[in-house]
Design a protein around this ligand. Structure first.
Ligand code: ZN
Length: 121
């Protein structure tokens, strides 16, 4: 399998930067909405508004969580690049496949193990 290590590393680092910026923005957004809530106390007055507000915050938290998980995956992929194990499945050590890595350069499992992992097996 042919993987351009330098190019892959650059792609991963770029994506990592983007995610960290996104996390930053989400966190400052959450801080602002928390500040708003203390002033207006939407929980007492407008139930519908409060629900929408809570939902929005929940969504931001989920986005942030996803972004953090992506960063962790990228860190793992970068570590594998350094170890020289990039492109090998973490679980079964088989080749992940260059087609899959092109779509998901941060993949650390082959498609079979990924499917099993998603099923919780
Ligand atoms: Zn595998």
């Amino acid at each position: 399998m042919t993987v351009d290590i330098d190019k892959t590393r650059a792609v991963l680092l770029q994506e990592r930067e983007r995610l960290l910026r996104e996390i930053d923005e989400l966190e400052s957004g959450l801080a602002v909405s928390l500040a708003d809530s203390s002033e207006e106390s939407p929980y007492d007055q407008h139930m519908a508004e409060a629900a929408a507000f809570t939902q929005e915050r929940q969504m931001d938290l989920t986005l942030e969580e996803n972004a953090r998980m992506s960063v962790a995956r990228i860190d793992r992929a970068l570590a594998k690049l350094d170890e020289g194990t990039y492109g090998a499945c973490d679980s079964c050590t088989k080749a992940i496949g260059s087609a899959r890595l092109r779509i998901a350069p941060d993949a650390s499992l082959c498609i079979d193990c990924q499917r099993l992992a998603e099923k919780g097996l």
